[in-house]
Unconditional design. Sequence first.
Length: 490
Amino acid sequence: MRNLFIILFALYSSFAFGLPSEEDLKTIKLPLIHVVTVDSVDPSFEVVSPPEGCFGSSITNNEYEKGRIYITLGDSLIYDSGDFFKDSTGCKIRVRGNGSALEVRPSYKIKLEKKANLFTGKEVKKNKDFLLLNNFSSKSFNRPIGNCVGKLCGLPWIPEYQFVNVMVNGTYHGLYLLSEMVEYGNLKHEVSKSGYILNNDAYWWNETDSTFQTSLLNKAMGWTFKYPEMEDLDSTRFNYIKNYIEGFEQEIMSNGDISKWIDIESFACWVLAHDILGTFDSGGSNMYVLKGDTTEQTKLKMGPLWDLDSSLHIWQLKYKWSRIHSDRCFYYVDLFKFPEFVSAYINKWNEIKDTIEGECLQVADSLYENYGTAIVQSRRYVYEINKESYNTAYEDKYAVKRWFSVHLPWMREEIETMENPLTSENKQIPSGLKSGDRVYVLDIYGRVCKVVRPEELSLLFDSYFPKGHYIICHCDKNGQIVKTEKVLIE
């Protein structure tokens, strides 16, 4: 009898949760995107490995396939590009991304022949370029929550997202996020025709066009261009921005006036957003940097948040900064040594700290109430593709609540330490902190660079700090300094 039950259950599961038909997907209350290519040829690519000293696999030869895209919701046709005719109707589709391209079902870039708004029920500017981000991005509420934090932090542009199901050439590919792209057309209010959109990119080595590296960043990183397009990037424009960034780095190394080179508030707000979200990825995150034009009136500014798939993981960084805060892949290790930068960071935190949790929980609640059932129905079908366990929408909602309930109190404590740094003249850890056994690492100006447990100290000096003198303050559980020492890193 027991064996019969197992067999019947297996048969039931195969019928209940096998790959869905189009009719099955129509019953789910999410837009269904159909892409049909000419001759039903699926987009292809080849995997490439990094050169020595770099990291991450990527793709190449990911050429476009021509075709048609149409969107339905239930039995209603929402959008139809028509068949492909150059500069008139239809679309092109190709595989995009790095790590996400290597999933069972990859992410895609869609390029329409005629501008349109592909978002169902949302007023979004018409465009030609859209992304379909695969299960790697759609398996949580991270990106919508990231958008909420980005808005609170005042970042320059927030990409629109929408949960959708996707079929390519009649085969179900899974639950995706339809997304806008980081591109010139969406950042015209920040970047003129003579300006720049750059990416500090861990995958720079896979770019066939112009790239450059600078002396202060990790040699695994390189700069790539999102704008201008390569055909518009002559040697004058290339050399201008390269020299500008190198000039900024020289200002950092000489402890000079960084406000001449960067919009300090923009840089502070960007890393604060990642710190609030606890982003685990660092080098693999997209670090978009903008410069409005080639005049002295504009400075470097940070672009939008992008890669947030590693955020909100309670088991990774609940009591830590985002990794980009302290890794050598970008400038924040150095910027946190400048009082004006720390002040901008603290000011923005004080401005939003009391509303962050409520605003983000409201977004999570709305996603759960409006799309929770549809998301779970879709994820059941995705399981048949990749055989990976999935969260329910309630678990996604609860994960957001749990993250902020644990991480924000920790941030309050740490930022209070920034506001009241521990120095030799202030031998008591600021009131209200639960200190435990801690080691405070200070620079020669008495600014707190890092607070760690004693056992973490040796690891820090292997990877975290640039050259120079530091003061190490060892504290007991009562917050009293029990030992100080001076350290030189060469």
